[in-house]
Write a protein of this length. Sequence first.
Length: 288
Amino acid sequence: MPDFELPIDSVKSSFTQFKRLGALPGGGQKLVYHATDAEGRSYALKIIRQDRGPQDERTIREVMAAGKLNAPFFPKIFDAQYCRINETNCIYIVEEFIDGQSLATILEEQGAQSRSSIREIGTALLEALVHIEQADLVHRDIKPGNIMIGPGGRVVIIDFGIARHLDQKSITSPYAFFGPMTVGYCAPEQIRNEKRLISVRTDLFAIGVVLYEMTTGRNPFREGCTSPQEALERCLKFEPPSLLELGFPRGLSDFVQGCLAKASHRRPVSAHKALESFISIQWEDMLS
């Protein structure tokens, strides 16, 4: 749930270009709306409360990051400005609305996915990661909730709010125990806030978790945990059973196991190499 609220009438009066506004799930300092203009075109409207600190810089970096990624795997950014709504200083972002379901919803409703879904979504995620790496970015929050499946099976990665620009100075305190992350999908170097190790391999760890979850229907680090701290410990120390042990093909098992390596240097060296390896997997023996 978001940590702040704005009266819907105040939001509507601030964005008169939209004829309809419907609230979407948000969180933290962010409100999100499905906005429709007079021509019936849909947009996602994000409103973030200004704090004149790191959160504002993260928001600006989110816009910059998304703007650098010109590919169908990412929502288009149409506008971003500072504004004041109901005496609250805010930053707003107008971006492409992805009409679909999050992978988190799909997994919750369906559980383990078919061979074709794992192959198609996994390939798209790795193709997207090639673009992210080429832009000198690390998403740092790839998870089912940030993966949208749109019309025609289009895979879209959203929410670059904690993306790391490798060519810019970090805004996370070097003395923070944790780096920005989502428990259950974060790589060990994120948990330890080892900034020098944050790279494309950090995102590959998260993709490994997503693929494991798509294959088995469960998150290997969250399952059975009673607290976030326990899940973090599992990310640091627990070695999930290989997919081969669970009856899945060796190629898929080896790929996922490589992505889930605790030491970042043991994961694929680049998104492009990971994509090549994933495409070369022999899928014929895997149940559909």
